[in-house]
Design a protein around this ligand. Sequence first.
Ligand code: NDP
Length: 324
Amino acid sequence: MVAAVRVHEYGGPEVLRVEEVEVPPPGRGEIRVRQTAIGLNYIDTYFRSGLYKAPQMPFTLGNEAAGEVTAVGEGVATVKPGDRVAYVVTLGCYAAERNVPEALAVKLPDGISDEVAAAIMLKGMTTEYLLHRTYKVKAGDTILMHAAAGGVGLILCQWAKHLGATVIGTAGSADKAELARQNGCDHVILYREEDFAARVKEITGGALCQVVYDGVGQQTFAGSLDCLAPLGVLASFGSASGPVKSFDLGVLGPKGSLFVTRPTLFTFTARRHWLDEMAANLFGVVRSGAVKVAINHRAKLADVADVHRALEGRDTTGATILTP
Ligand code: NDP
């Protein structure tokens, strides 16, 4: 039996229960992993609250982790016991041990610790596709990133700066704004106090942005459209303030034939060679030092309710790591 954090009914952080669960031997094509570091992500709160539905009840929360392979099932060829791996999966990561499909596991190279891997497999891979596949950011572009001091935010701002973009971020407090500035942002807007669209217009001298990355959702969607230059791209990739309500498609024309996409990481990693390419790109920028991974909070699985409260209360910056 191993410790796992399970949800029996959707709700607030109080529904999270630490329980003992049985892990069967790895089946065909599966590997068993003793997890050493588990990533906390905003998506965990969506599954806990019921905004996203789990396939069954009860279920173990968590989409991102790293650890050591302890056993492999029949047919597994690319990893062996003793290897260090990390992965993004649909649920099941808030646990001391688990089985994972070999097809989803990425072997960790030297220079990427388990803890760093657990902080970037979801947040960093998301950044990879947002900057390289949703819209290809290039030198000279101006981009807007909401919640710039958050988990995805700190990684994306550094990487976008490394690509040569002018990076504008939004942040919920002066401390977060300072952190965002230290992590690639050329300009930071305190969007709880200022009209961020008006400030983007001012900062860019009216030229606006080629792309806006919006993981805040409901509260920022309309303003984000006003930050885009003609033919600009709005990547609405999350709902930290609630899901975006339906909107009038007709507004996109007069604003300059804008593009709006609602991307999800699972589309971009659906083929193994895409997953490998993205992981290699991500590990490359982290190992080179171009992107530094800020693990600003650590907690035990048993204290998971507290870190959920902190994440939803806008009290965290960068990544949070859970350990069994
Ligand atoms: P963050 O660490 O960025 O935390 C969310 C941040 O959103 C908060 O810290 C806060 O920053 C900001 N925020 C704005 N309004 C609210 C609100 N009303 N309630 C709570 N927070 C608010 O989380 P992650 O890095 O884990 O995820 C960032 C976003 O990216 C999430 O929306 C997540 O769902 C999305 N995501 C999407 C993926 C995809 O493939 N589509 C994959 C990974 C993440 P501040 O105080 O500065 O405003």
